[in-house]
Write a protein that binds this ligand. Structure first.
Ligand SMILES: Cc1cc2nc3c(=O)[nH]c(=O)nc-3n(C[C@H](O)[C@H](O)[C@H](O)COP(=O)(O)OP(=O)(O)OC[C@H]3O[C@@H](n4cnc5c(N)ncnc54)[C@H](O)[C@@H]3O)c2cc1C
Length: 342
C-alpha cells in the first residue's frame, strides 16, 4: 500500500490552513494510483484536542499523533528526530509539508536525517506515469518551472506554499489514530530549547483572506505612496499586498504582505496592482485572483498581460485621485443612508 503523508502543522492549538490544503491535494494525488493509498497526517503537539477531527474532515485516514508536554513549542532538534524515526518505521512514499517558516526548516532537516530529497517551495504537484511525484518549482528567477523528481530515495518530500491548493472537506470520515513512539525524546539535542512562545497579532487584514487586495511594487517609489496604498486598501475594506522590492526598501514592514513564489499565494475577488512590473515570481502568487486591474507607467509592462483592466498612468497621480474618489463616494453613501434613516 502506498502512503501519502502530510505534516499537520499546528498554530495555537489549531490545524493550519495549509495542512488542510495539502490533505485535499493528497486525496487528488491518490487517485493516480490503481491500488490502495493511505492518506496520513502526522501531528506533534502538546495536546491533540479536536485536531484529529479537523484532519479527518479533510481526508486524513490515519492520524499519526505524538502528544507530549515537551512538544509544546516547535523546535527542529526535538521534532525532526521523531519524524525521522516514524518514517523509518512506516516507510511512506510521499511526505508533504507547508512551505511555512516551520515547514521550510523541518522538511529539509528530516530529509537530511533519512537521506532523501525535498522539492522546496513547490507551486504544483502531480503523479507521473511511472508513479513518481513530480514537484513543480519556479527556477531561474521564475522564468521557467522546473520539475523535480526523487526517483530513488523515500519518502519523496516536498514543501508547498500556503494558498497553492484549495482545501475541500472530505465525505469519507473514518480515521484511525496511531500513537507515535516518543521514546528518545528526552535525549533530543538540547542545544536549542524554546523558552517561550510570543504571539504577535498584526492589525492588518491578512492578504490571503481579503476579498480585495491592493498591491504595490517598486514603482510606488517611496514610503509615502505605500501609506497611500494602505489607506486605499483600508477604505475599500481590503488588504495591502507587496512585491519583494517594497519589502527590501522597507516601505512595507510586514513580510506577510509579500505576494509570490516566496510570499503568499492569493485568490481575492479583486486585485489591483500599482507600479508592479509583473515578474513571474510575483504573478505565481496572484494569477488565481478574480478581477485583475493594474496601473503602470510603462505601456509594455508584463502585468498588463494578466490584467482584465489596466491604466498606463503614474501612481503618484492616480493614487491620491482614487483615495479622494473612494472617500467622497463613501461620504455620499453615508449621507444618503443617514437621510433615509430620518
Ligand atoms: C528566488 C526569488 C524569489 C522571489 N520571490 C518573489 C516573490 O515572492 N514576490 C515578488 O514580488 N518578487 C519576488 N522576487 C523578485 C521578482 O523576481 C521581481 O524582482 C519583483 O517581483 C519585481 O517587483 P516590482 O514589480 O515591484 O519591481 P520592478 O520589476 O522594478 O517593477 C517596477 C514597475 O513599476 C513601474 N513604475 C515605476 N515608476 C512608476 C510610477 N511612478 N507609476 C507607475 N508605475 C511605475 C515600472 O514601469 C515597473 O514596471 C523573487 C526573486 C527571486 C530571485
Amino acid at each position: 500500500m502506498k502512503k501519502i503523508w502530510v505534516y499537520a502543522e499546528e498554530v495555537q492549538g489549531e490545524i493550519s490552513k495549509v495542512t488542510l490544503e495539502l490533505l485535499s491535494k493528497a486525496k487528488e494525488l491518490a487517485k493516480a494510483f490503481s491500488h490502495e493509498v493511505e492518506i496520513g497526517a502526522v501531528l506533534l503537539t502538546k495536546g491533540i484536542g479536536e485536531m484529529t477531527e479537523t484532519l479527518e474532515a479533510y481526508g486524513a485516514e490515519v492520524v499519526y499523533a505524538g502528544e507530549d508536554d515537551r512538544l509544546e513549542a516547535y523546535c527542529h532538534t526535538t521534532y525532526a528526530p521523531v519524524l525521522a524515526r516514524l518514517i523509518k518505521k512506516e516507510d511512506p512514499d510521499i511526505f508533504l509539508f507547508g512551505a511555512t517558516q516551520i515547514g521550510s526548516e523541518l522538511a529539509p532537516t528530516v530529509a537530511a536525517i533519512v537521506k532523501t530529497g525535498v522539492a522546496a517551495h513547490c507551486v504544483d504537484l502531480r503523479i507521473g506515469d511511472d508513479g513518481l511525484l513530480i514537484s513543480e518549482v519556479p527556477a531561474f528567477g521564475g522564468k521557467i518551472i522546473g520539475e523535480i523528481l526523487i526517483p530513488k530515495c523515500r519518502p519523496q518530500m516536498a514543501s508547498i506554499k500556503p494558498g497553492t491548493f484549495i482545501a475541500t472537506e472530505s465525505c469519507v470520515k473514518c480515521s484511525v489514530v496511531k500513537k507515535i513512539d516518543l521514546t528518545g525524546l528526552e535525549d533530543a539535542d538540547k542545544r536549542l530549547i524554546p523558552l517561550k512562545t510570543c504571539v504577535t497579532k498584526s492589525e492588518a487584514k491578512p492578504i490571503d483572506e481579503a476579498e480585495i487586495v491592493i498591491a504595490g511594487g517598486y514603482g510606488l517609489c517611496c514610503s509615502e505612496n505605500w501609506s497611500r496604498l494602505q489607506e486605499l486598501a483600508e477604505l475599500l475594506g481590503g488588504a495591502a499586498g507587496s512585491t519583494r522590492p517594497c519589502l527590501d526598501e522597507g516601505w512595507a514592514d510586514n513580510e506577510q504582505t509579500m505576494i509570490g513564489t516566496s510570499g503568499k499565494s492569493i485568490r481575492p475577488k479583486v486585485y489591483m496592482g500599482f507600479g508592479i512590473s509583473g515578474a513571474t515570481h510575483h504573478i505565481c502568487g496572484m494569477k488565481d485572483s478574480g478581477l485583475v486591474i493594474s496601473i503602470n507607467k510603462d505601456k509594455n509592462a508584463n502585468i498588463f498581460g494578466v490584467s482584465d483592466y489596466y491604466a498606463v498612468s503614474d501612481v503618484n497621480e492616480i493614487l491620491p485621485i482614487l483615495i479622494d474618489l473612494v472617500r467622497s463616494s463613501k461620504a455620499t453613501a453615508a449621507e444618503k443612508g443617514e437621510k433615509e434613516c430620518h
